[in-house]
Design a binder for this molecule. Structure first.
Ligand SMILES: Nc1ncnc2c1ncn2[C@@H]1O[C@H](COP(=O)(O)OP(=O)(O)OP(=O)(O)O)[C@@H](O)[C@H]1O
Ligand SMILES: Cc1cn([C@H]2C[C@H](O)[C@@H](COP(=O)(O)O)O2)c(=O)[nH]c1=O
Length: 202
């Protein structure tokens, strides 16, 4: 059986990644919709450790190891089996988030991130949609959300600007798989562009 396609969604907090990942999954009958950090039992436990605790609990290096451990478990238990079964895997965040958040927001760990990724993950998506938008608008969306995890959004606008530029820089570095999408439009318009890029029928 031919392996399935691995599609990821990336972007700043509140840019609409989860919404777009869900809308795309609804159009594809074989799709597996998953997320990071999380997506397997072990990775969801790590998610709770890293996102819900005291923000100062983990050093930048330990945080990187936790996100990477979660990704390894997610890859083994959820992503690889689904791709091997020929399914399309749609993942809300993946390694590009680590490159940006752990690589460049708490000091410069980009070289360590790259080495760790090569040693323990080694897989890139086939296609990545980077949902791009102004952080102020995105942050306002996030703040309005009931039950949102606040851990990273608490860092505020300056961090979101750094993250936005980090993703745009990755889009240039990995231009063969990254498509930048303007997220500051109604969700249906964004979804329509994504469907068109994938050449999905109306
Ligand atoms: N295009 C859009 N226009 C207006 N609001 C939107 C749009 N897309 C999503 N939203 C709303 O904005 C909020 C954040 O959306 P969503 O959870 O999809 O973003 P996200 O990028 O996954 O956020 P996070 O990374 O913080 O989890 C939600 O309340 C959602 O309903
Ligand atoms: C995968 C991944 C995520 N993060 C950060 C980015 C977000 O602020 C949170 C996840 O929250 P979401 O509502 O599920 O988007 O975690 C990170 O720092 N590093 C990563 O690898």
């Amino acid at each position: 059986m031919a392996p399935g396609r691995f599609i990821t969604f990336e972007g700043i907090d509140g840019s609409g990644k989860s919404t777009q990942a869900r809308l795309l999954a609804e159009r594809l009958p074989d799709a597996l919709l998953t997320r990071e950090p999380g997506g397997s039992a072990g990775a969801e436990e790590i998610r709770a450790l890293v996102l819900n605790g005291d923000p100062g609990r983990w050093s930048a290096e330990t945080e990187l190891l936790l996100f990477t451990a979660a990704r390894r478990d997610h890859l083994e238990k959820t992503i690889e089996p689904a791709l091997a079964a020929g399914r399309t895997v749609i993942c809300d965040r993946f390694a590009d988030s680590t490159r940006v958040y752990q690589g460049a927001t708490r000091g410069d760990l980009r070289a360590t991130v790259d080495k760790l990724h090569a040693l323990t993950i080694g897989r890139e998506p086939d296609l990545t949609f980077i949902i791009d938008m102004d952080p102020e608008t995105a942050l306002a969306r996030g703040v309005a959300r009931p039950g949102a995890e606040r851990r990273f959004e608490d860092f505020g606008l300056a961090l979101q600007e750094t993250v936005r530029h980090g993703f745009l820089s990755l889009a240039r570095q990995f231009s063969e798989r990254c498509i930048v999408i303007d997220g500051d439009r109604p969700a249906e318009a964004v979804a329509a562009e994504i469907a068109a890029r994938l050449e999905l029928a109306d």
